[in-house]
Design a binder for this molecule. Structure first.
Ligand code: OSB
Ligand code: MG
Length: 368
């Protein structure tokens, strides 16, 4: 796989609704798209970094900088057997997993296209229907939240995730549970609590939640183990897991019973698959998280979620949950609470290049 050219573009896209989590809110996304050219084909990827460092230290701008100055120069002109080897060419670059993942996943899409097979197939998955959940941001009132939950359940989402923060947690979720006694519900705190809140969070135990995601610090694994000992509700880690090493530590310490794998957060498909394999071997369920991606990142997430250990619904909602108009065709549409990737080659959906070029606020090409 010869890498002849790498292109970066920033595409501004406005979410249909403001999305608020405990660590910040956003409405306007600046999607960082990667296109990797080689041997007559183009592979596409998306860097999931946000506009500000409120979820992870990486941002759109740090990713642009690291790709332009370090990653792209190490890869352009190279001839690699596979995307993992392409990443190894910049193996001395520490961290910046989101920047690396955007390139790595674009290279997997390129490899799949060159082989004439679908992306799920080339990463070890299948084109099975992937069960879909939805993530609801913090709403101004409980009434507004109940209305949202009802709407999404009617649309067929198989699991509802509700963002929480101190003051908008146990009582609010109790209201949701009493209105929807049968729904698959979970909470995501995005690191809003400390171990001192363990007693309060134990109030969730009577609500039959599938899990509570990332209650404690984004840097922490140890305190999550202590919290998990004090909660019946399963703990799921998101922000704290950047690599298979983190996942191994978390499982060894029993810091969680479920892991949210976002390929963009952990450095790409190779790392995501290693975490998946580790969890599958230990009987720990995983699911694919989301980062408010465009259809490009969504295609990669759906492909990953087709691996056998992804037994829980992912945050891979249909295009119209996020955007008035996506940048891929066909758009992602949910059928019976599931998404399926259109047949290959590659990620199956086509980036709408004219629309992307018309919208792009920045564009740079790297060649040898
Ligand atoms: O914590 O999972 C999260 C969005 C941005 C940053 C962090 C998170 C989220 C979501 C949205 O929950 C998931 C989605 O893309 O639908
Ligand atoms: Mg999360």
């Amino acid at each position: 796989m010869k890498i002849e050219r790498i292109e970066l573009r920033i595409v501004p896209l406005r979410l249909r609704e403001r999305f608020e989590i405990s660590s910040g809110a956003r409405r306007d996304r600046r999607i960082l798209l990667v296109a990797v050219h080689g041997e007559g084909e183009i592979g596409w990827g998306e860097v999931v970094a946000a506009e500000d460092p409120s979820y992870s230290p990486e941002t759109t701008e740090t990713a642009w900088h690291v790709i332009r100055d370090f990653l792209a120069p190490a890869m352009v002109g190279g001839d690699f057997e596979n995307p993992a080897q392409m990443l190894d060419a910049a193996g001395w670059v520490r961290g910046h997993h989101m920047a690396k993942a955007g390139l790595e996943m674009a290279a997997w899409d390129l490899l799949a296209r060159l082989k004439g097979v679908s992306l799920p197939e080339v990463i070890g998955g299948s084109r099975r229907p992937v069960p879909v959940g939805v993530s609801i941001g913090i709403q101004p009132t409980d009434e507004a939240l109940l209305e949202k939950v009802e709407g999404y359940l009617e649309e067929g989402y198989r699991r509802i995730k509700i963002k929480i923060k101190p003051g908008r947690d146990v009582a609010m979720l109790r209201a949701v549970r009493s209105r929807f006694p049968e729904a698959s519900l979970m909470a995501d705190a995005n690191s809003a609590y400390t171990l001192a809140d363990a007693g309060h969070l134990a109030g969730l135990d009577e609500l039959d939640l599938m899990m509570i995601e990332q209650p404690l610090s984004h840097e922490d694994i140890r305190d999550h183990a202590e919290l998990q000992r004090r909660l019946e509700t399963p703990v799921c880690l998101d922000e704290s897991i950047h690599s298979v090493e983190d996942a191994r530590l978390a499982l060894d310490l029993a810091a969680c019973r479920i892991i949210n794998i976002k390929p963009g957060r952990v450095g790409g498909f190779s790392s995501a698959r290693a975490i998946h394999d580790l969890c599958l071997g230990q009987g720990v369920p995983v699911w694919c998280g989301g980062m408010l991606e465009s259809g490009v990142g969504r295609a990669h997430n759906v492909a990953l979620a087709s691996l056998p250990g992804f037994t829980l619904p992912g945050d891979i909602s249909e295009s119209r949950r996020y955007w008035d108009e996506d940048i891929v065709e066909p758009e992602f549409v949910m059928t019976d609470g599931t998404l399926v990737l259109p047949d290959g080659p590659g990620m199956g959906v086509r980036p709408r290049i004219e629309r992307i070029e018309a919208l792009a606020e920045r564009h740079e090409v790297f060649t040898t």
